[in-house]
Design a protein around this ligand. Sequence first.
Ligand code: AMP
Length: 307
Amino acid sequence: MNKLLIVGTVAFDAIETPFGKTDKILGGAATYIGLSASFFNLQSAIVSVVGGDFPQEHLDLLTSRNIDISGIEIVKEGKTFFWSGLYHNDLNSRDTLVTELNVLADFQPKVPQNFKDAEVVMLGNLHPLVQSSVLDQMETTPKLVVLDTMNFWMDCALPELLDVIKRVDVITINDEEARQLSGEYSLVKAAAKIHTLGPKYVVIKKGEHGALLFHGAEVFFAPALPLEEVFDPTGAGDTFAGGFSGYIAQSENVSFENMKNGIIYGSNLASFCVEKFGTERMVSLNENEVNQRLRQFKALTQFNIEL
Ligand code: AMP
C-alpha cells in the first residue's frame, strides 16, 4: 500500500459564520487533510504537535480512520495551536480574528521512521521551516510533494516560504493568496509567476467557484458542486488537498491527466466539508455518499458537442 505523509496543524478552532458560532472545536490543516485522505486505499501518517489540553478523543478519531499519529508530539505543559475566524455573508471571504501558535512556535517535527520513504508528501499549512524540515528527513525522494500554505506565512515568514516552495512539485493556494504571492491580479499571470518560483503544477482554489490546475500552458478547471446548504467553509481547502494528495498517492500516477482526477476528488470531498461546522460532516461521511456525489460531478460537467 502506498504511503502518504501529512504535515500540518492539529488545532482548536473557534468559528463564526452567518449561520452560527462555535466554541473551541477540533480543527487544523492536518486534521482535515487526514480525514479526507482516509477515503483512499493508502497508509497515512500525520506529523504535528498538540498541547496537554488536547483531548484524547480527538486523537482517537484520527486513529480510528487508520491514520498513524506517532508523529504527533504531545507537549504536556503546552497549549494547542488556536485559530479563530469570522466569515462574511458570501462565505467566500473571512477574517482571521486570532492565531495563537502556542506549541507550534518551537515545534521540531519528527517524521516516523516507516514514513521516511512515503511516495507522496502533503505539506499542509504551518510554518515553512517545519515543512522544509519534513522534506529534509525523507530518506527516499517522494514521487510527489504537494504544498499548501496561507497568507499568514506570506506575511510573517516569506523568505522561508519561498525556500520551501522551490522544493515542491505542486502548490495549492486560494485565489487571494495566489495574488498576494505573485503580485499579479490575473490568475493566469499569477500561476505563470508561481511556476517560476519552483512548482511545476499550480492549483488555485476559488471556493464556491471551483479550482484551476495549471501546468505550464495546460489548464484544467473543476467546478465546485452547487450546494443547497453551506454552513462553514473552514477546512475546505485542506479537505481538497487531502482528496487530491490521497488520490494521487493511491493511484501512483503523477501525470497531468491523472491530476485532473485528483482535482475532482478533492473538490468532491471539500463539497461535503462545508455542509456542517468544523469536521462534523467529514466524520459522518461514508463511501456511498462520496461515490454518489462523484456521479453528480460527472453529470454537472459532461456535454456532447462534437468538434
Ligand atoms: P482552510 O479553511 O482550508 O484554509 O483551513 C482552515 C484550518 O487551517 C483551520 O482548521 C485552522 O486551524 C488552520 N489554520 C488557520 N490558520 C493557520 C496557520 N496560520 N497555519 C496553519 N494552520 C492554520
